[in-house]
Design a protein around this ligand. Structure first.
Ligand code: FA5
Length: 358
């Protein structure tokens, strides 16, 4: 290709490119023009550059210089257009700012309703003098059953009624208790996910002299089929009070206070005779509520009773000296009643439209 032909092609390219950049009305149009003329892969500048190879050898220096000059001019035209469109965009966004308009609130999460309930219950029971005790969710059979007067053949220990762990080599317990628990589990003792928070009663009494006044709140696990009032993982609040001359009347007073403070003044509680191996006498605790039609209804919230003398003796207390009561209530059920939720599965569907309401 003759040098003059190459120069003519170059000029035509530069003119077309400059015109396209000047005509671009917005950033998208400018970008399209840039790709067409200066695009690294298939832009028209590349085509012209290829033609440079066909220019006779002696004309190559002049052709190369002309190419570079044209390229500089075209790139400058592009940069100018870019600046023009950029400052134009800025100008349009600089609209009058109304500083009296309310600001946009950043979306904030909040605690899960069950966590809120747990916090409130700790607060409420704290005002009655109960301190919080914690225990491990992975338990041994001693704390979950034996010390609670539930012997080996008891149906509550059936593997189908519990989540036993397949490995026995798991450390249980809180940091302080880990050593002895791990030793026990290393020896092959079966471990399970605790099925009740009553385990914590034992752990506390093993390490504390009476009087005792504690609550414990946490997760427990049972292979129950999920329905409106059951879930395989749920929370319990356990209460334990051991002292001289403690009676069922004290138990009822505390639970009545609990119910009226958390659920409202017009809530009643009733005790139904029941059986728990670790309390004698034992009761089921029901709390009342009114349905949509104003009818009085009852729901079982938990179990309770006077701590069995066998349990007191198992932890080294003298049943002639001290007595005590214990109770264990379902946190999901208490929370559901408070907020008029009719199905506790809602708490674990993780639908933020539901959870936002609390
Ligand atoms: C117990 O777990 C006893 N440890 C309670 C107790 C403590 C008795 C201290 C005496 C002294 P029970 O299995 O009934 O008892 O469970 C207590 C409460 O937990 C129930 O009333 C119910 O409110 C709740 N609960 C039981 N199973 C489920 C479940 N699958 N889902 C949700 N809540 C449940």
């Amino acid at each position: 290709m003759a040098l003059t032909t190459f120069q003519a092609e170059l000029e035509a390219f530069a003119a077309a490119a400059q015109a396209a950049f000047i005509a671009a009305a917005d950033a998208d149009a400018l970008e399209a023009a840039r790709v067409e003329y200066l695009g690294a892969k298939s832009g028209r500048l590349k085509d012209v550059q290829k033609q440079l190879g066909g220019v006779p050898k002696e004309d190559k220096p002049a052709a190369g210089k002309a190419f570079n000059d044209a390229k500089t001019v075209v790139e400058a035209a592009f940069n100018e257009a870019k600046e023009r469109l950029g400052s134009g965009a800025q100008a349009t966004s600089r609209e009058p700012f109304d500083r009296t308009l309310p600001g946009k609130r950043a979306p904030l999460g909040h605690l899960h309703p069950i966590t809120q309930t747990i916090d409130e219950l700790k607060d409420l029971m704290g005002r009655l003098g109960f301190t919080v005790a914690v225990g491990p969710e992975i338990e041994d059979e001693w704390h979950n059953f034996e010390a609670l007067n539930i012997p080996a053949a008891h149906p509550a220990r059936d593997p189908l009624e519990n989540f036993y762990l397949s490995t026995a080599k798991v450390s249980t317990g809180k940091p302080g208790a880990a050593k002895s628990d791990a030793a026990k589990s290393d020896s092959g003792a079966p471990l399970l996910l605790r099925s009740q928070t009553s385990t914590v009663q034992i752990r506390v009494m093993e390490n504390t002299k009476p009087p005792v006044r504690i609550i414990s709140l946490g997760r427990v696990y049972r292979p129950d089929t999920a329905d409106a009032t059951h879930y395989p993982m749920f929370h319990q609040i356990e209460g334990l009070l051991i002292d001289r001359h403690v009676t069922m009347a004290d138990l009822k007073s505390v639970l009545r206070l609990f119910a009226s403070s958390f659920l409202g003044g017009d809530v009643h509680i009733r005790f139904r005779p029941s059986f728990f191996p670790f309390t004698e006498p034992s009761v089921e605790v029901d709390m009342s509520w009114h349905d949509d039609k104003g009818n009085l209804r009852w729901i079982e919230m938990g179990g309770a009773g006077m701590v069995d003398p066998n349990v007191l003796a198992a932890v080294g207390y003298d049943p002639e000296e001290v007595t005590g009561f214990a109770f264990g209530l379902g946190v999901e059920r208490v929370c559901a009643r408070r907020h008029n939720v009719t199905d506790i599965r809602e708490f674990y569907r993780n639908d933020v439209r539901f959870l936002h309401q609390f």
